[in-house]
Structure formats: structure tokens, C-alpha cells
Design a protein around this ligand. Sequence first.
Ligand code: 3PY
Ligand code: MG
Length: 256
Amino acid sequence: ASKSLIETVRAGETVYLGWVGNPDPLVAETIARAGFGAINLDMQHGLHDPVSVMRAIGSVSAAGVPVIVRVPVGDFAMASRALDMGAQAVIAPMVNTVADARAFADAMKYPPIGKRSWGPTRAMMLTGDASAAAYLQRANGETLSLAMIETREALDNLEAILDVDGIDGIFVGPSDLSLTLSNGQVVDGDAAFLDEPIRHILKVTQAKGKVPAIFTVSGVRARAMADLGYRIIAVGLDALYLREGVRRMLEPTLDR
Ligand code: 3PY
Ligand code: MG
């Protein structure tokens, strides 16, 4: 089997993450096989639902690629379900307070760290754990909870959020961060005024020994974030892959 997400992250390697909102399992599999180190299934702004997540985890796992699920805002019950279905990590959007972070960690981790309820039927098919004890023994350490920092409030609470036991890393949402820091004036994930917070979040996350992750919309930006020190880096999304692919295909046919 290929390396799990946690193994790759522990090895200090960078994971480039494909982002998929289309709920058809073949779309996720095709994008996974095109070269990404992991695939995120988006239930917040994408069209994924619990059943499509279950199916896409199957098709992407068949390609030997780890799956992350981004749940809808505040839907921590879905975070547990995503793990039960075999997701190796969950991204929770809009984690703004310690209470948000605590609720997220509770859904992600078994006691004594959290309050995750038992039922990893599909997860155990994928890990190959033959007993409940075997899965229990490693689940808390091997499933990643990534809390999205994407508002001014979250930025103010960053250290306290990172200190919550059971939060494994931070996932920066540059679009929402630009929206909230500019008080609704700008949506631009590449805006220059994000440079300072993006470096600050990275430094604080590294200092706490947790995983720094971020969203980007280009390979150039993704590479720059990797060089800065981010370790899980989303590169664009499926709608963009389709549109850019079509444009590149049609480019030679255009009259100049
Ligand atoms: C953001 O940039 O706000 C995100 O949530 C990335 O998907
Ligand atoms: Mg966002």
C-alpha cells in the first residue's frame, strides 16, 4: 500500500492536495490519479454529501491516494462520520474560537482526548486493522484534525486554538481571510496584505509542533507556500482544472 497522509507529513514531505467539489467518484479518482499526493472532498462549498464522500473515498483509495474531507461549517458530527468512512484527515471551516476547536477535536478523537463515538467499519476495511483494539490504538495519532483559520477572530485566538489537545494542525483559508481582514472590501487569496498573517500563522503553528496547511489557486503560489514551510497545500479545485484544461485545449483553435 502507499504511504498514509500522516506518514508523509511525519517524514517532513510536502503534500499537494487536489480539491474536489464534484460528487461523482470518477471525478475524484481521475484527479487523484493525475498526480496529487492527497485529495480533499469538499462538503462546505462543493457538492459532496455523505453518500458521495463514501463512494469517492472508495475510488480514490483504489488509486492509493489518501482522502481528506472538508465538512460544512460547524458540522462536527460529519467529521466523525468522515473518519468512520475512511478519511485520513478532516478540515473544519471557520474554527474561530477555542470552543469551536474543542468541539471539532471531540468529534475527531476517541477518549481520553475527545468524545468520538465508536463505529469505524469502513475505516478498518481500508486500514486493514483486524481488531477494534488495533484501530483504537492508532486512530487518535493517525487521523489529522485541521482547523481552518480564516477570520480575524480566529487569528486573534490562534495560539489558544492550537493549544487544544486533539487539534493536529491549521488550514489557512486565504479567500475568507482576505474578506474578513478587509471588512468585506476584498476577496483575493493572493492579496499582499495576507503575506504577514500567512507567515505569522506558519510560525506559530510550527512553534507548537503542529501541521501547517493552506489553500492556493495556482501551482506557482503552491510552490511558494511549500518553500515558506507549509506542508499540506491545496492547489486549485476541480472546476478550475476543467476550465483551464478546456481553455488550453482550445487555445490553438482561436483566431488571432
Ligand atoms: C478560503 O480560502 O476561504 C477557503 O476556505 C479555501 O477553500
Ligand atoms: Mg473559506
